[in-house]
Design a protein around this ligand. Structure first.
Ligand SMILES: [Zn+2]
Ligand SMILES: [Zn+2]
Length: 505
């Protein structure tokens, strides 16, 4: 394994996590930072503080710089040695998992569970790829410290940054005055008193010529000025973040999100313009699907068998999604729903886009919103007149199937208010009802069950505003258990149906 890493990603070997900033591999930027700090400190004490007139300026200069340099050095080392990881990760004896597959899991952390650390984490935790661990209240990974900054060391980080700004300003002024003073021939307030002889200056306590001293004090001044500017900018940025209650991570994600919205809106405006000019040419090459209405297929017969006693949904009220082409607007709509860009969805709906379409799998906008838990968007879609019609995709799944499958309780609630309760017993092609899909989810199942019996879904919190919130305390089981949960569904669904039919008799 490499001791020093030069890649910007600075990756850790899979199966290992970095404990602190001194864990291998070191990053070349952190070595540069350490060298510069040691250089500036040595220059301050062994060059700048020795060539100025003795007493009182010399002592004042030593005391003032020490008041900043000593606490800075201590905090800098403490920060590198700190481990800002989540407690659940810190207490683990084993290393992170190596079998994480991005094609299977869309996110590293799902439902407050990290798939790499194999641990439950707190709300603001993020998995740092450089450290390969979950960091408590993650802010950012600092390349200069080669360590993460999070809730456990953020205050120390701000203190270090403040001391760095003051310290570099102090050494910059000191070196600049000495640089200028070394050129003066007549005595003045900033005249120097070379340490060894009138023209023999001390540079790191080694006798040096006037020119050597001037070059070296000039270099120190430039380094300090650049560091002061960079650290000052960073400190200002963090004061801004603290004032607005953001973390660096929040800020970066928000900016990225806004940029995507801008890009998609530009794309949308271009498409709108194109389709106005050439309406016939739109989406010639997009192999997608449309709805075929009033088709009674075997899957709906299955559905009716199951829910006939509830009787308020007829075959001709169910619409199957069929093969056709999808326009660019429809593509943008599905993409915006998947990514949660509410403003784009709103704009498309205002442009009277029809919701009568599905993607290659026959998934309608409602199903995509249900699958990805887009509560705000679902609310907007349900205001559309077409929301009253019931659609199934090519697998025979309704939006309710999708909401139940991905444990989206707020969406189950919203759908229950607008669609007949018999939908909870509508089977898809694999003979599973939304109720079956909800079997693994402790919160969704009771609600759906209540709804299937014709009851109000939301126990006590029927307020519409409640639907917006993603259930703050709702800790859902780790996703890895999903596989075993599905097996359970397969076994249980049969007995469930028997129970149901038994009741009817
Ligand atoms: Zn993690
Ligand atoms: Zn990190």
């Amino acid at each position: 394994m490499a001791v020093i890493s030069f890649s910007s990603a600075n990756p850790t070997d899979a199966g290992r996590r970095r404990r602190n900033g001194f864990s291998l591999p070191l990053y070349y930027v952190q070595i540069l930072a350490l060298v510069l700090i040691v250089f500036i400190i040595l220059m301050n004490y062994l060059t700048l503080c020795v060539n100025i007139p003795t007493h009182p300026w010399q002592w004042l200069s030593i005391v003032l710089s020490s008041v900043i340099i000593l606490p800075f050095s201590v905090i800098f080392i403490v920060l590198i040695l700190s481990d800002p990881a989540e407690d659940s990760v810190k207490n683990q004896n084993r290393g992170p998992r190596t079998d994480f597959d991005r094609r299977v899991h869309q996110h590293v952390i799902t439902n407050y569970y990290c798939n790499i650390c194999d641990a439950n984490v707190t709300e603001k935790a993020k998995h740092c790829s450089s450290c390969n661990k979950c960091v408590y209240a993650f802010d950012h990974h600092c390349i200069w410290l080669n360590n993460c900054i999070g809730g456990k060391n953020y205050r120390r980080f701000l203190t270090m940054l403040t001391l760095l700004v003051i310290g570099t300003l102090f050494v910059f002024i000191n070196s600049l005055l000495q640089f200028i003073g070394s050129f003066l021939t007549s005595p003045s307030a900033i005249s120097l008193n070379p340490y060894y002889a009138p023209d023999r200056y001390a540079v790191l306590m080694i006798p040096a010529s006037q020119i050597a001293f001037q070059v070296i004090s000039g270099i120190v001044a430039i380094i300090c000025l650049v560091t002061f500017a960079m650290a000052g900018y960073l400190l200002g940025f963090h004061i801004f973040l603290c004032y607005h209650g953001f973390s660096t991570y929040d800020f970066v994600m928000k900016r990225r999100h806004n940029r995507t919205i801008d890009q998609t809106l530009t794309q949308f405006n271009q498409l709108a313009q194109n389709s106005r000019e050439e309406p016939a040419r739109a989406s010639k090459f997009l192999p997608i699907k449309k709805l075929r209405k009033n088709q009674v297929t075997d899957l709906q017969e299955n559905g009716t068998n199951n829910h006939h006693s509830n009787g308020n949904l007829r075959n001709d009220q169910i619409f199957t999604v069929e093969a056709n082409y999808m326009s660019e607007h429809q593509l943008v709509l599905l993409d915006a729903i998947e990514k949660g860009h509410t403003s784009i969805v709103l704009k498309l709906l205002r442009n009277h886009i029809s919701l009568d379409f599905g993607d290659a799998y026959g998934r309608t906008p409602f199903m995509i919103a249900a699958k990805y838990g887009r509560n705000d968007i679902m609310k907007l879609l349900l205001e559309h007149p077409q929301s009253k019609e019931v659609r199934v995709d090519r697998g025979g799944k309704t939006a309710l199937h999708y909401a139940a499958e991905s444990s989206q309780l707020p969406i189950v609630k919203m759908l229950s208010k607008r669609q007949p309760s018999s939908l909870t017993m509508l089977t898809n092609k694999t003979k599973l009802t939304p109720l079956d899909y909800a079997l693994g989810a402790d919160d969704v199942y009771p609600s759906l069950h209540k709804y299937s019996e014709g009851g109000e879904v939301s126990g006590g919190d029927t307020d519409d505003d409640e639907d917006d919130k993603p259930m703050p305390g709702a800790y859902v089981k780790p996703k890895k258990k999903k596989g075993s949960g599905k097996k359970k569904i397969g076994k249980k669904s049969g007995s469930k149906k028997k129970k149901k039919s038994g009741k009817k008799k």
